[in-house]
Design a protein around this ligand. Structure first.
Ligand code: 7PJ
Length: 268
């Protein structure tokens, strides 16, 4: 029996300075590479490498600092056979990442930075276009929509059109509703319910809810390291809704949950 299809699992590799060490960039890169290897051993299909936190309230990072963080990690993970994604809003970082061995530009800013569309077209890489209302520093201050599902869908389709007009092939484009990026709990839940509709446009869907704050809001303020149950619930829902890739911290547990879910659903 061939195993039924499950979505791909993208493991998150954060390369941000460790506040508990003064070991500097080499130590941070070595740790991130080791973490990437561990995620591959746990079953990751992709790795997403990011050097600028986009969590609510996070401050921007300079291009030089972001490059110094992520490029050694991409180089260190380039020969594993597992495809690599770069989580960045900066065309310069995306360019260097592709040279170092990445093949997907995961852009929470959806290629709206100056020169981003042209860079992605020239690089010939895959792109993930994510919806975000506002900027990371302020996006959770007062998220507001008349129709969150309609507005996020229209934005993503408009960005996909812009990407194709710039010369990015349709089959290279992924869409992501951006759970937690300028959204209340109710906005996030509405977007999760609407995933089948978003998947209906023919673009593959990338979905990320791992350890996000809406889980804490539904479960007594659970801290980030106590949100695995909620993360898996969201991943299973996304799988059932047609998502093609799930971005997570807890790779082993998510792969197991998705594999069991796919076996139960059986081949259709
Ligand atoms: C996402 C992301 C997401 C995509 C982050 C966090 C915040 N990229 N980068 N989708 N989230 N495509 O992991 O909590 O949801 S950073």
């Amino acid at each position: 029996m061939t195993p039924p299809a499950r979505p791909l699992v993208m493991g998150i590799v954060n390369v941000t300075p460790d506040s508990f060490s003064d070991g500097g960039e080499h130590l941070d890169a070595a740790r991130a590479i080791a973490h990437g290897h561990a995620l591959i051993a746990a079953g990751a299909d992709w790795l997403d490498i990011g050097g600028e936190s986009t969590r609510p309230g996070a401050e921007p990072v300079s291009e030089a600092d972001e490059l110094a963080r992520v490029i050694p990690v991409i180089e260190g993970l380039a020969d594993t056979g597992i495809p690599l994604s770069i989580d960045t809003m900066k065309p310069g970082v995306a360019r260097a990442a592709m040279r170092a061995g990445a093949s997907l530009w995961n852009d929470v800013f959806a290629l709206r930075a100056d020169g981003a569309l042209a860079a992605a077209a020239e690089l010939g890489c895959r792109v993930c276009l994510m919806h975000m209302q506002g900027r990371p520093q302020t996006m959770q201050a007062n998220p507001a929509y008349d129709d969150v599902v309609g507005e996020v869908e229209a934005f993503l389709l408009q960005r996909a059109d812009a990407a194709m007009a710039a010369g990015i092939a349709r089959e290279r484009i992924w869409l992501d509703p951006g759970i937690g990026f300028g959204k209340t709990v109710d906005h996030n839940l509405a977007l999760m319910r609407s995933l089948p509709r978003l998947a209906g446009h023919g673009f593959p869907i990338l979905f990320g809810a791992s350890r996000k704050r809406f889980i804490a809001a539904l479960d007594a303020d659970a801290p980030a390291d106590k949100r695995l149950g909620g993360s898996i619930a969201a991943a299973l829902h996304a799988a059932r809704s047609g998502a093609g890739m799930i971005r997570v911290h807890d790779v082993r547990e998510t792969v197991q949950a998705l594999t069991v879910e796919a076996a139960i659903q059986g081949e259709s």
